[in-house]
Design a binder for this molecule. Structure first.
Ligand code: ADP
Ligand code: ZN
Ligand code: MG
Length: 479
């Protein structure tokens, strides 16, 4: 047994998700990525003396959506707290967060488990807070951009329930999918709207006590989360195997070298001296608001997966692909609702639609034709008017030009001949012209069948319905 098999990894994740509100959490500044530095700012989010924060109610609505989707208990009353630390991107000298009385506790997220019952990952808490600004480091000096300061965040903390880097990534993907389905966060890890700190320890298998953990920061892609955790787990096992002990510390992931290294102690020696925020009243959540939001909450990925299995009888792989993003599943369902066979709709969405989306880098709704047009195209296939390959060609053209199905099929001359009499006539001509080969075929050279099909297709400029060509040729040659 490899010595690493004697150990088990234990992982808990802290995710920060930026909320898709129009304005910031405590002021009216736009909450938008990509503006010129220090343009989306005002005295409140710049931390000028004497200003007062005003809580954005939209934040509460989005937070309730997440709480409901994660089966969390919403605190009827939670308290904002000041988390004090000094850093140039935090002009007030404290971050408004929540501490002892968070917005909600005790939820869970279910991970799809390839057919077996889903894995439940418990959530410790979800709390509401504001984001800090950004330091931009140049050579010899740093610049501060406060556009991000005051962006509403949810911090979602998991229990140490995850057992491998792969499972940690599966959890992150599921959480991200939930937030995107709910339209509360765009989940963009590169732009930092979905960020993750990973806590990890190892222990001998069978041990029930938790080992000492380290925390890894600076993980801005799923790949880095997996790499950093794998590296850190190996490092901890090596330390323990050498008779050493793990020190509780914070590590930074270095994506270039694929390793983690401890931050200087100065950088993490925090004593936040939390205290209740005196400028904001406790956050009271009216039960009527929870009910109202519950009534209009969109479907979450796990519910959709269960429904797809029931309603459409799809395989777990098909379900996984079709539910990864809400708009993909919506498109599939729209095709079915327009009368396309469910298997055909699933295949087409998983191959042609996803290809078009990936190639265009546009959102699905702008990368592919409306589902009604695609359905019209697929009905031509079902009705033998065009071939499947013809439909693929037409679809690619429709994506590019915005043509309707009929326009694309006509423009490309893809209409297929399914008239049996017409096909039979061409078959007859081909067999007459190739009398020698027909003899060879009948003497046992079955391989020649493909040649005859090819000749007929050639004579009909590729537009004959291949199924009918095959049937007619078989009949004529075998008679
Ligand atoms: P801290 O005191 O460092 O803030 P917390 O107990 O608040 O630690 O937990 C922070 C995160 O670390 C949570 O996601 C939790 O699940 C995880 N965690 C806590 N202890 C461990 C451990 N021994 N191993 C791995 N993860 C842990
Ligand atoms: Zn502002
Ligand atoms: Mg903590």
């Amino acid at each position: 047994m490899a010595r690493s098999d004697a150990y088990e990894a234990v992982i808990g994740l802290e995710v920060h998700a930026q909320l898709l509100t129009r304005s910031k959490i405590f002021c009216g500044c736009p909450n938008a990525f990509g503006a010129a530095p220090n343009h989306n700012v005002c005295p409140v989010c710049m931390g000028m003396p004497g200003v007062l924060p005003v809580f954005n109610r939209r934040v509460l609505e989005l937070a309730i959506r997440v709480a409901l989707a994660t089966h969390s208990q919403i605190a009827p009353r939670s308290v904002f707290a000041r988390k004090n630390y000094f850093y140039p991107d935090l002009p007030k000298g404290y971050q408004i967060s929540q501490y002892e009385q968070p917005f909600c506790t005790g939820g869970y997220i279910e991970l799809p488990n390839g057919g077996s019952s889903p894995r439940k990952i418990r959530l410790t808490r979800i709390h509401i807070e504001e984001d800090a600004g950004k330091n931009i480091h140049a050579s010899g000096y740093s610049l501060v951009d406060l556009n991000r300061a005051g962006t509403p965040l949810l911090e979602i903390v998991s229990e140490p329930d995850l057992r491998s880097p792969e499972e940690a990534v599966a959890y992150l993907k599921e959480l991200r999918a939930i937030l995107r389905y709910l339209e509360v966060c765009d989940g963009n890890m590169e732009e930092g709207s979905f960020r993750c700190d990973a806590n990890v320890s190892v222990r001998r298998r069978g041990e029930s006590r938790l080992g000492v953990k380290t925390e890894i920061k600076n993980l801005n892609s799923f790949k880095f989360v997996e790499k950093a955790l794998r590296h850190e787990i190996e490092r901890q096992i090596e330390v323990l195997e050498a008779g050493g002990t793990i020190t509780q510390e914070t590590h930074l992931f270095d994506p270039e070298r694929g390793i983690t290294k401890p931050m200087r102690s100065k950088e993490y020696a925090h004593d936040y001296r939390y205290f209740p925020e005196p400028d904001l009243p406790p956050l009271e959540v009216p039960p009527s608001l929870i009910e109202a939001i519950k009534a209009q909450s969109p479907e979450v990925p796990s519910a959709r997966r269960a429904r797809y299995a029931q309603q459409y009888g799809l395989s777990s792989y098909e379900i996984e692909v079709l539910t990864q993003e809400r708009d993909i599943g919506d498109y599939f369902e729209a095709l079915v609702n327009h009368g396309v066979d469910r298997k055909m709709a699933a295949n087409w969405t998983m191959t042609e639609v996803l290809r078009a989306v990936n190639e265009s880098a546009l959102p699905l709704s702008r990368a592919v034709p409306p589902a009604a047009e695609t359905a019209a195209l697929l009905k031509m296939v079902a009705g033998n008017e065009i071939s499947l390959n013809g439909a693929k060609t037409a679809f690619a053209a429709m994506c590019k030009t915005g043509q309707s199905a009929v326009e694309a099929v006509n423009a490309l001359g893809l209409t297929q001949v399914s008239d049996e009499a017409q096909i039979a006539e061409v078959c007859e001509q081909v067999l007459r012209a190739e009398a020698d080969k027909v003899k060879e075929y009948r003497a046992g050279r079955q391989k020649l069948f493909g040649f005859f099909v090819g000749q007929v297709m050639k004579a009909m400029k590729g537009k004959a319905n291949p199924k009918i060509v095959n049937e007619v040729l078989k009949r004529k040659l075998d008679s």
